[in-house]
Design a protein around this ligand. Structure first.
Ligand code: FE2
Length: 374
């Protein structure tokens, strides 16, 4: 999925250059059906496949792409396979946040030397289209960072995958790239994982939100955002904070059974079109009451969009010193209340919508109440 610009800008603090998010891999119960969901609703293109038909016996993987966003959906064909066990415990969720690097061997060696827990030694995969070198390190929960060096590869995705295409018409919704990926970690663990990204990958701490920034009458959470030098990789990390009722982070941890990816923010240049299309295709979004729109322009000032369109589509808006942003959040996209998506359009703003936190968390609480998990 790469990033907007192909060159590698490196900050002096980066442990190794990262050119962008290479792919995000989900372990799911039924990849065949999940792939149809992403094609029919989000308008992803099916580009590659690996499974028994391509000589791979134990798992199937569907590769889906839109703009620079690349998802891989993987299911096991046998119950004893690690993918099946992962799904049994966590439900459908993100296993791999793959980072696109220049050199998967030296990046891995540096990360491990700085304290990363190894997940896969550097290894080279080959086919007639060239070779890819990959290695992996653990991050929070059971999530791993695959380090992917693909400069020597011309194939559709990775060696072993065959090209595929959609078997029915799809309508892309204008998704461009992964803006950020958020992790939920256990109480007391946020600083440990922020330190991991700082010490091991050389990331910078961008923003800190405490429980006063992110609190409603009933629940609270804390969040810190880390980023690599070129800003292509942004990882907010949340932990629950004490409140009168159970926070959305605790609900996630109860259902996912460990720390993991909470939401993936996908960027668009035209959020009105993206959200209008997603709604028509059946994607469910969190509901923010009409009262949100009564004073929103007093808070954010002049914007290009008609407020009536934002209200009709229930899109939120926030401003920081650099500009403004438009955002909206889906409901969880699987039965367990775990992973969901954010659709975001940045018009200068570099932040994460702090002005919307209260309205947003109240919306999540209403959903929790319906589920009986507040
Ligand atoms: Fe977000």
């Amino acid at each position: 999925m790469q990033t907007q610009v192909q060159q590698t800008a490196t900050s002096s603090t980066d442990t190794f250059p990262i050119k962008g998010t290479d792919y995000i891999e989900f372990y799911v119960g039924n990849a065949k059906q999940a792939a149809i969901y992403y094609q029919a609703t989000f308008g992803f293109k099916w580009t590659a496949y690996r499974g028994p038909e391509t000589g791979h016996k134990d798992t199937v993987s569907y590769v889906l792409e839109q703009g620079k966003v690349r998802f891989v959906l993987t299911s096991a064909l046998r119950p004893e396979h690690e993918v099946a066990k992962h799904v049994a415990l966590h439900g459908d969720g993100v296993r791999v946040l793959a980072l696109w690097v220049d050199d998967a061997r030296s990046s891995y060696a540096l990360a491990v030397e700085r304290g990363a827990k190894p997940a896969a030694e550097p290894h080279t995969l080959q086919d007639e289209y060239g070779e890819v070198c990959m290695s992996a390190i653990h991050t929070y929960g059971e999530t791993i960072h695959m380090l992917v060096e693909r400069s020597g590869y011309q194939g559709v995705f990775l060696p072993g995958y065959e090209a595929r295409s959609n078997e029915f018409p799809i309508q892309p919704v204008g998704l461009k790239y992964v803006d950020h990926c958020v992790g939920n970690v256990e109480l007391g663990d946020m600083n440990r994982w922020v330190k991991f990204y700082q010490d091991v990958l050389g990331f910078k701490l961008l923003i800190t939100f405490d429980d006063k920034d992110i609190a409603t009458e009933y629940t609270a959470l804390m969040s810190k955002v880390v980023s690599n030098g070129n800003g292509y990789i942004k990882f907010p990390i949340n932990e629950p904070a004490k409140g009168l009722k159970k926070s959305q982070i605790e609900e996630y941890l109860d259902f996912y059974r460990c720390a993991g990816v909470q939401h993936i923010a996908l960027a668009t240049d035209d959020i009105l079109f993206t959200v209008d299309t997603l709604r028509k295709k059946g994607v469910d979004f969190l509901y923010v009451p009409e009262t949100y729109y009564e004073d929103v322009l007093d808070r954010v000032g002049q914007i290009d969009e008609d407020i009536k369109d934002l209200q009709r589509l229930n899109i939120l808006v926030d401003r920081d010193e650099d500009g403004y942003l438009l955002q909206i959040f889906t409901k969880p996209v699987q039965d367990r209340p775990t992973v969901f998506y954010e659709i975001i359009q940045r018009k200068g703003a570099k932040s994460f919508g702090k002005g919307n936190f209260k309205a947003l968390f109240e919306a999540i609480e209403r959903e929790q109440e319906v589920r009986g998990t507040l």
